[in-house]
Ligand binder design. Structure first.
Ligand code: ASP
Length: 325
């Protein structure tokens, strides 16, 4: 459910037509099943428009500030492309080393600065809760593009859209999440979104990288079927979506511990012989070695299509918070 609007300048009737206008997107917990259907419908329209005309003027004159305190390829470039495909423009701050952050400026002050120039702010930051702090400081909508080990709501929305586009249904799916479930913020967000549907969730990880107990408890309270495993083979045959994650090297305090788990699971052509013919393999990317390139040409390998869907979902989200969807 969207929280209160920051920009309630639209007439009341129009606000009802644009329920996300002026809202922050900080957590997937803001989204209901009907909100998701709305996002999917708008994203689908964006896909059709991009395929038909490429670029159009829905957000002409609007400016996005893309503020990244952590590395990013897909999220930052797809938000920038999304804004430009909608006719808007982008202020990119990818190297906070070269901004006033390097002089010791606080996050709220940086946000207050950017909102003088931009209509919407996308932020990625290494600290859990940082996007909420930014949203509190801002009068313009703030979108969380990853807050440390916390959430990555726009990734989860594009993941859900991918499942919806590829498998058509969202209910009654068995989703197996594999890899670093402790530090992987994408699985934290996606598991919560899938709890809106009648999904069965399998968690396969090394012992030290298990899904956080508070997320398991949160989903348990909603009656979601969940099971933890330390091997893939038992659950692969029943899996409709295999969601593979990278072991998050940057979150480990010791290189030794990282090395002990980094190669724990590798998905390849041979292993995938044990999976259904109609299922998909997803990955938020970047991959390191957890999916062998020998699987890339398999029609079930959905991770490159998933990246493309990210563009349409981010176009939809920008249009929504700027009152144009
Ligand atoms: N790109 C994703 C994220 O920012 C996944 C990853 O980095 O492994 O969380």
């Amino acid at each position: 459910m969207p929280t209160s609007a920051k920009n309630p300048h639209l007439p009341f009737g129009d606000q009802r037509m644009a329920p996300w206008y002026g809202k922050d997107i900080i957590s997937v917990k803001q989204f209901s099943r009907s909100d998701l259907e709305y996002v999917f419908a708008v994203a689908h329209e964006m896909r059709v428009m991009v395929e038909r005309v490429g670029t159009f003027d829905l957000l002409k004159g609007k400016i996005l500030a893309n503020l990244f305190y952590e590395p990013s390829t897909r999220t930052s470039s797809s938000f920038a492309a999304a804004m430009e495909r909608l006719g808007g423009s982008v202020i990119s701050i990818n190297e906070v080393r070269y901004s006033s952050v390097a002089k010791g400026e606080s996050l709220p002050d940086t946000i207050r600065t950017l909102e003088c120039y931009a209509d919407v702010i996308v932020i990625r930051h290494p600290e859990l809760g940082s996007a909420a702090i930014a949203a509190q400081a801002a009068h313009k909508p703030v979108i969380n593009a990853g807050d440390g080990v916390g959430e990555h709501p726009t990734q989860a929305l594009l993941d859900a859209f991918t499942i919806h586009e590829e498998l058509v249904q969202m209910d009654d799916l068995t989703v197996t999440m594999l890899g670093d479930l402790k530090y992987g913020r994408t699985v934290h967000s996606l598991s919560r979104l899938l709890s809106l549907y009648n999904a069965k969730l399998n968690y396969v990880s090394p012992e030290i990288l298990r899904m956080p107990p508070e997320i398991i408890a949160e989903l348990e309270a909603k009656g979601i079927r969940q099971a933890e495993h330390n091997a893939l083979d038992k659950v692969l045959p029943e899996t409709d979506v295999l969601y593979v994650t990278r072991v998050q090297r940057e979150r480990f305090e010791s290189e030794e511990v990282y090395n002990s788990v980094k190669g724990a699971f590798v998905v390849d052509k041979n292993i995938m012989a044990g999976a259904k013919k109609k299922m998909i393999v997803m990955h938020p990317l970047p991959r390191v070695a957890e999916i062998n390139v020998d699987f890339d040409d398999d029609p079930r390998a959905a991770y490159f299509r998933q990246m493309e869907f990210g563009l349409y979902v981010r176009m939809a989200l920008l249009a929504m918070v700027l009152g144009k969807a």
